[in-house]
Ligand binder design. Sequence first.
Ligand SMILES: Nc1ncnc2c1ncn2[C@@H]1O[C@H](COP(=O)(O)OP(=O)(O)OP(=O)(O)O)[C@@H](O)[C@H]1O
Ligand SMILES: [Mg+2]
Length: 307
Amino acid sequence: MIVRLCGVTKRFGERVAVDELDLEIAPGICFGLLGPNGAGKTTTLRMIYGATEPTGGRVEVFGIDIAANPRAVRARLGVTLQDNVMIDPLDPVENLKVFGRYHLLREPELGRRIEYLVDFLELGSHAGVPVRNLSGGFKRRLAIAMSLMNDPELLILDEPTTGLDPAVRLALWAKIRDLRAAGKTVLLTTHYMDEAQRLCDRVAVMAGGRILADGHPEELIARHLARQAIEVDCNGDGERRIRAVLPPETRHLRAGGRLILYVDDASAVTPQLDGAAVDDGCGRTIRPTNLEDLFLHLTGASLEGGA
Ligand SMILES: Nc1ncnc2c1ncn2[C@@H]1O[C@H](COP(=O)(O)OP(=O)(O)OP(=O)(O)O)[C@@H](O)[C@H]1O
Ligand SMILES: [Mg+2]
């Protein structure tokens, strides 16, 4: 295992941010840590790269106990933080140089590495522009380039695409896939469920410092919900009529004025839904169940506890 957490807890005063967490990440995969605001994702990552000490439990990275030998671990991993950390008046190449020297890289290797990263993350067009004048998407690409400076075996990305436009997100997904194809292990957090579903071989859904479910996205959907989602516009009375004609174990979720029903075969329940006479069938949407459904099902679609 590249990462192994055993009974890891992190308390901030009275607040338990991470609660006896067990987690294993195999080499060469892209692993997604998902969860609402305040779930404990960033805190978990910080303990994995040694920026925060656990209150209890054990964190091993590359089979090394990070508490015993943090430098040996840090030399082999790269981190892109939730907020970009770079030197504003300096341009991307200068930032990369500073970071490379931090990793004790010397010329000519430093120059070669920078050239490779400028090319890989397509930073060439603004290589000489001060960072403070760059767009959010460009800064994010630079932040990822900086985290790759030491050619890490494990890349940790905390919300790599938050706030980016769809084209930049697509481009970054391609880079993350390239890295995984090159044998790197990627551990990321995201609030975009489509991103997790497309990129991740495994995901863990976290809330309140605990993992609620962990596995391959499709397998988790099959285990907790069902293959298809039927969305119906209806009020509380309509919902009661629909649920009266469906098997009682049918999973469902209310999202505003919509009721979402999870079934393995939507066509098999169409007669019952028509019979409930809640809608005329035209406004119904049938679609594959996705990771967003799973997330809402597991974490509850509420705003509680997101401090
Ligand atoms: N340095 C700190 N001091 C006190 N409390 C903290 C500290 N860091 C995190 N917390 C608390 O720990 C909990 C988990 O925070 P964390 O940042 O890990 O959540 P997150 O899942 O990354 O959330 P988000 O999706 O908003 O980034 C929150 O309740 C937060 O307020
Ligand atoms: Mg966070």
